[in-house]
Ligand binder design. Sequence first.
Ligand code: NAD
Ligand code: DAU
Length: 350
Amino acid sequence: MKKIIITGGAGFIGSHVVRRFVTTYPDYQIINLDNLTYAGNLANLRDVEDRPNYRFVKGDITDAQFIDGLFTAEQPDAVIHLAAESHVDRSISNPIDFVLTNVVGTVVLLNAARKHWQGAYPAHRFYHVSTDEVYGALGDTGMFTEETKYDPHSPYSASKASSDHFVRAYHDTYGIDTVISNCSNNYGSHHFPEKLIPLAINNIKGNKPVPVYGKGENVRDWLWVEDHARAIDVIFHKAASGETYNIGGHNEWKNIDLIRLLCNIMDRKLGRAAGESAKLITFVKDRAGHDLRYAIDATKLKRDLGWEPSLQFEEGLEKTVDWYLANEEWLQDVTSGHYQQYYEEQYTSR
Ligand code: NAD
Ligand code: DAU
């Protein structure tokens, strides 16, 4: 595999995947295809943007003509597809954008792969990056396996489930070499502060209320983003065609416990008295259709391909806080302008 288009490479996870591939495989050419929505930020890739094996192309995955032209011009060997609308709360306010980008955009890419790779499918690969949210919600026990029935509840997860089905349909119908991975909640550097952990870090730092939905009893399974990028690397290179792998951290936290841990870390890092930041915790109106619990069984990935998470959560959270405190300018840039309006709309009436 020599030339790879990575879609959504300017976003949170995409930028870590681009960095990993550009630095680990100097003989690969990596094309980062991203249309730079509010979530896309080229500053996420400053450290690799001058590498000879990296290129950025601005473009929209829903634009079929543009994508066809890109495949004609570049003749990519593979696509690693991360571009998406990714925030559940935004999908509740504006579902149609999620259908367009996540469903239509994925089908546009699959159509280009079908047309341009015809007759040479085994030499090409379409890797679709998806989420554990397609499986719905768990009660107090159990875990999602690759066999768990799809049962999405939010417009976001419904759009991702739909895109997964299209990827499998293109494998089964046209023989395209596809792989899918479904991952749990990521955390780490360059995470846009609309998501729980970076939003809480930003608010604690600015002495603003930290909004916790409902009673804070929802459970998420957190994985360090660089471990996700490593899993994508392993699956991309080693998985058999048509396979699906779950990726997770074996690391379940109730939201309220996570936020309390984060407050303790921030107290230490900011030189505040113990318990000071936790006073900012504010319980607000719950998210509509809020999935109670996610937990991933990643046994198959460990058994088949030898991948395991590398980092303990407490250590990863410390590293994450350190990154946000050291990158004040990045945080300022992404929280100015439109972010303020988004924040008002999401949180003032809660
Ligand atoms: P993100 O919102 O940070 O980044 C998405 C990127 O896609 C942005 O750079 C954006 O500009 C780009 N994009 C959006 N619409 C586009 C379009 N029409 N054309 C081209 N580019 C477009 O998302 P993320 O959190 O990094 O998630 C990346 C992928 O991983 C998504 O597919 C998401 O569903 C999946 N995922 C995320 C998590 C998580 O915890 N964040 C967990 C599992 C799976
Ligand atoms: O599970 C994987 C998914 O994880 C990805 O597919 C999504 O792209 C990603 O956004 C993430 O979805 P969540 O909805 O779990 O992440 P979020 O950070 O939005 O919320 C995490 C939990 O925290 C969830 O239970 C809702 C809660 N929450 C969130 C926000 C933004 C709060 O209590 N307060 C908040 O302000």
